[in-house]
Design a protein around this ligand. Structure first.
Ligand code: MG
Ligand code: MG
Length: 260
């Protein structure tokens, strides 16, 4: 919980810069979402996302991120049982896969962080349900991002929605404050207790990111030392938005334009 010491309230001007970073991040995700089809490689998606970010004057914030070794890519691309932190490679997507695409942009000194999970061609009914439940759980959490609530209210809303639909949330990876740094306070897990945690205040900016598994809450890290997979090999999904707490409605800073 060490991030909780580092909660940074953003002023109007800083929020505007976060909107700009979030917008470019959304554009990058939108671009790669439209490329997802059988036969495309995850490294092609990665190159396209990097091109969009750099064309808008941004920098891919994941590239070089410290870990077991510096993260080597612009995107995390996590397929099927891979929950998060998958490394783009020459692997070709195939019909029926689902792929989580997570992207981070540094622009004007601030970070936008968001993720989507997309089906490749026709996907199974279980995969369809998993995507729908995971995405909706994000919006259940966003709806609690209101002044006077606490992080536990947000966490609980995510967990409750996911578990009511028969799936599992990870307890090992969490949402987080975001701003000049990709990881600031407060930490916002995908499980929690209403009324507990840090009180939400206007100007707080948080990346909420439900990570949902079909068969177990347990995960493990693969031999590449980055990729997190479900312990039982079951399907997983991940959606994320950077969200600002305001005096009124929560503001999504990384909203994608409606898909035609
Ligand atoms: Mg992310
Ligand atoms: Mg994040």
């Amino acid at each position: 919980m060490s991030w909780d010491r580092n909660v940074v309230i953003k002023n109007k001007e800083e929020l505007q810069r976060m909107r700009e970073a979030g917008y470019v991040n959304a554009l990058a995700l939108q671009t790669v979402r439209d490329m997802v089809r059988p036969g495309v490689t995850t490294i092609e998606l990665d190159a396209a996302a990097e091109e969009v970010i750099r064309r808008h004057g941004g920098k891919p914030i994941f590239k070089g991120y410290p870990g077991p070794y510096p993260f080597p890519a612009t995107l995390c691309t996590s397929v099927n049982q891979e929950l998060v932190h998958g490394i783009p490679a020459r692997r070709k997507l195939v019909e029926g896969d689902i792929i989580s695409i997570d992207c981070g942009t540094l622009l004007g000194g601030f970070v936008g962080d968001s993720a989507i999970t997309v089906g490749v061609g026709e996907i199974s009914p279980t995969a369809q349900k998993l995507l729908a439940v995971t995405e909706q759980s994000l919006y259940e959490g966003i709806d609690k991002m209101r002044v006077g609530n606490r992080t536990g209210d947000v966490s609980y809303a995510i967990q409750k929605y996911v578990e009511e639909h028969g799936f599992f949330v990870t307890h090992e990876y969490t949402g987080h404050g975001v701003g000049r740094e990709m990881h600031e306070g407060p930490q916002v897990p995908n499980y929690g207790t209403p009324g507990r945690g840090i009180e939400l205040r206007p100007g707080m900016t948080v990346a909420l990111e439900p990570m949902v598994l079909v068969g177990t809450a347990k995960t493990r890290v693969t031999s590449d030392q980055w990729t997190v997979v479900s312990a039982d090999g079951s399907l997983t999904a991940h959606f994320e938005h950077t969200v600002a707490v305001t005096e009124n409605e929560p503001e999504i800073l990384t909203a994608l334009a409606e898909h035609a």
